[in-house]
Design a protein around this ligand. Sequence first.
Ligand SMILES: [Zn+2]
Length: 313
Amino acid sequence: MTTPTDDIPVPPVPLTRTGGIDRAARHRLDEAWLAAAWSHPSTRVFVVSGGQVLVDDTGDGTELVMTPAFEAPPTETHRYFLGTDEQGVSYFALQKDSLPGRLDQSARAAGLREAGALLSPRDAGLMAHAVALENWQRLHRFCSRCGERTVIVAAGHVRRCPACGAEHYPRTDPAVIMLVTDERDRALLGRQVHWPEGRFSTLAGFVEPGESIEQAVVREVSEEAGVRVGEVEYVASQPWPFPSSLMLGFMARATSSDIEVDGDELHEARWFSRAELRAAFSSGEVLPPSGISIAARLIELWYGEPLPAGLPR
Ligand SMILES: [Zn+2]
């Protein structure tokens, strides 16, 4: 059986290119190397605070505002080493309680959902890495084995328990996101209960313990929309640090058509042919998904062309 992905390349998924950055994990425990890198004049540093960074839109595009290490070396706790580029430049994020005062009028605060679509692959990747680490640090301050407060080591990438010696690593929660099509090649799109009228997108959900990702696709579609799924094909993944997910994108083929939404997660779900979706976009009945989510890329893979520009999310 052929699927849309046999013919059409996957549209670029935001946050999935390295942008030339080597994470250089070998340096994370080398305090002498980190200290030298921090004080090197070529080193670039940006502040992350509450999932936001400063960006500058005044050039040709939007750039992450980065400076040399502009202050005394902070404690290891607040300094995340993110990697090096092909020229040997080192990149750090400083986690702070607030963003620095505007360096000039061109800088503004932005979160990853917005900036991830505007920044270069290098800058978006650096920001995603820093935001993911900040979220993990914020939510995992205590040892899950003994309850003691942990300390941050490895340049932001490990939390160590001084009481029991346990080491805790950044957590990533796998979630599946899938575009379901039926035998008539219609796509199943749903509207979550808290979404505004007209916003429809792919179904999604978390992988449960003891479950494969393919099983999670089948279960989630059944639970949320009452539709049975047969063939499941993996397409691409996307880091989704809101706060700590990894989105695993699929195309899935339905073996039933009747819809019965659960009412808890989905308020409504509908089958759309391409013509019906195109008409619904034109009339404003359906709002195109937008932003950096892989959802829009999965829909485009089936739709066969870029979606109309949508609303910021
Ligand atoms: Zn412990």
